[in-house]
Design a protein around this ligand. Structure first.
Ligand code: 13P
Length: 245
């Protein structure tokens, strides 16, 4: 399965900074690369390196109408978005998104042909309590309940342990290995066609640890925050994904 590396710019960027960063990105063979940018920059990203996929960081669960501040999947599709991140832990924690809402957002995206990158992951307290897989199973079950088995097999999943995000402290290879295998196993148990589901890892991925993380079985790419804002680092991470066997 071709790995996917998606940059999540979060609420960063400016017209000038984006121009500079885009000048530093070049698509490479053997890996799919996407950048998920703030809504206002989707227009600027209409011009981008050939082969670089475009994504957004959120989408409305609603189709159209009186929903002030929301952005619909149809709008993202018009701007050529291939991907949209849903259920990022920052949205769950800071903006009160619950498991079923994440599922409905994924469904809204898919209805417009956009692939949702569904984020799941446990907090440090949940991990310490030995509940990581329980929490992730609950998050996945809500999405499966909304999407059904067929559509569930067509999403991209991202395992992002909350404690590893922006902390400089990536999960270890063995922690990642256990959870990614656990997620694929969970999908199989639910009779979802699990083999084709890309499971990305996210949380303090850097050029220095990318190769060892991408070498883990069941790690099919990465969701990159901070390092995706530095052209050279993001390209090095993409290269590591392309080179991983
Ligand atoms: P960092 O790579 O900055 O830890 O962020 C990860 C993330 O949240 C990507 O969605």
């Amino acid at each position: 399965m071709t790995r996917l590396v998606a940059g999540n710019w979060k609420m960063n960027g400016s017209l000038a900074a984006n121009r500079k960063l885009l000048g530093e990105l070049a698509v490479q063979s053997g890996v799919e690369v996407a950048v998920c940018v703030p809504f206002p920059y989707l227009a600027q990203l209409q011009e981008r390196p050939a082969g670089l996929f475009l994504g957004a960081q959120d989408v409305s669960e609603f189709e159209v109408g009186a929903y002030t501040g929301e952005v619909s999947a149809a709008m993202l599709a018009e701007f050529g978005c291939r991907f949209v991140i849903v259920g990022h832990s920052e949205r769950r924690a800071l903006f009160g998104e619950d498991d079923l809402l994440v599922g409905r957002k994924a469904r809204a995206a898919m209805a417009r042909g956009i692939v949702p990158i569904v984020c799941v992951g446990e907090t440090l307290a949940e991990r310490d309590a030995g509940q990581a897989m329980l929490v992730i199973g609950r998050q996945l079950a809500a999405v499966l309940e909304v999407l059904g088995r067929e559509a569930m097999a067509a999403v991209v999943l991202a395992y992002e342990p909350v404690w590893a995000i922006g902390s400089g402290r990536s999960a270890t290879v063995s922690q990642v290995s256990v959870v990614h295998a656990g997620i694929r196993g969970w999908l199989r148990e639910q009779r979802v066609r699990a083999e084709g589901v890309r499971i990305l890892y996210g949380g303090s991925v850097k050029p220095e640890n990318a190769a060892e993380l991408f070498a883990v079985r069941d790690v099919d790419g990465g969701l990159i925050g901070g390092a995706s804002l530095v052209g050279e680092d993001f390209m090095a991470i993409c290269r590591a994904a392309a080179d991983a066997v």
